[in-house]
Design a protein around this ligand. Structure first.
Ligand code: NI
Length: 173
């Protein structure tokens, strides 16, 4: 399966809104598998289509400790249908598109969502803690949003400045 190229800030596709897939056909299913493969290769716990330059609403997540099992949950058109508003989970988030930077983000601890899997089956899932956070982070990507949008402007600007500096240094090498 081909590995996809991960886009990093300031790639425009990261700020675009992905569109629902009309159905999970053979092509979409193959893309879902490629997305998972790319996620494992990058050592990420989640990856969204925007991050590999696609605007299909597709994400891959795997927060299991044993990631050799390849137990990725592959989702097309994921949609949060319920969340617990009173309980919050805090996690030091990172992102393959914002390499090397981490920040604590608060999100609802429990969510319920629907999606279509790689076999075109409609599924419902209840998620909590890290899985909940990871899914919300990936769905954010589909809406053109990054984890740094959830933190203070001060911290965000600091991360963006450092990334820009690293990018200029890379270009010089
Ligand atoms: Ni991310």
């Amino acid at each position: 399966m081909p590995l996809l190229t991960i886009q990093t800030i300031p790639a425009e596709v990261l700020r675009k809104v992905a569109q629902p897939v009309p159905a999970v056909d053979k092509n979409v299913a193959a893309f879902m598998e490629d997305l998972a493969e790319t996620m494992y290769k990058g050592n990420g716990i989640g990856l969204a289509a925007n991050q590999v330059g696609s605007l299909n609403r597709v994400i891959s997540v795997d927060v299991s400790p044993d990631r050799n099992g390849k137990k990725a949950i592959l989702m097309a058109n994921p949609e949060i249908v319920w969340c617990e508003p009173d309980e919050i989970f805090v996690y030091n988030e990172g992102c393959l598109s914002v390499p090397g930077h981490y920040s604590e983000v608060k999100r609802p601890k429990r969510i319920r969502l629907t999606y279509i899997d790689q076999h075109a089956k409609t599924c419902e899932l209840e998620a909590e803690d890290l899985l909940s956070t990871c899914i919300q982070h990936e769905i954010d990507h589909l809406n053109g949003k990054l984890f740094i949008d959830h933190i203070s402007k001060l911290k965000r600007d600091m991360i963006l400045r450092k990334l820009e500096k690293e990018r200029r240094e890379d270009q010089r090498d």
